[in-house]
Every structure is written in structure tokens, then in C-alpha cells.
Design a protein. Sequence first.
Length: 85
Amino acid sequence: SKHFESLVEGNEMFFDDFRRFLARAAPDTDFDTHILPQMRRQVLLTTQAAWHVLRGQNRGGAFQLYGFDFMLDARCRLWLLEVNG
């Protein structure tokens, strides 16, 4: 559905919202020391893996932003779901 995100509560969270959620749901897990480093590592590894393709799309002076979608499991392990460009 094109309105999926509006139909599922909590389907999308921004950092501040997620920090508050995490403080309630997993008080022993700190966003900045446990989750954010996992996110950064996944972004780096994914970018490195696709670098040969991304580099070939260089359009001289232009850039593209990518959206990385993540999910946490019950043990607060981060899973990369998809990357949108």
C-alpha cells in the first residue's frame, strides 16, 4: 500500500523518538553506544560493497542521497532491510 507507513504505528521513527522508545523498551541499551555504531558500520560496509557501481554513476558535480532502512531484533541487533536511492 502506498500509505503503509501511516497504517502501522511505529513503522518509522526518527532518532529522538527512537531514543525515547529504547529508553523504555530496553533501558540497558544506549542508542549512541550500541545502536548508532551498528548503523554506521552497516552503511559503511554496504557502500564499500557497492562502490564499483556507485562510482560508475558519478555525474560530475552531482550527488545522490540514500535511505537505509533498519530493524532491531529482540536482542537489539541491527538488521539492514533495504537501501533506497
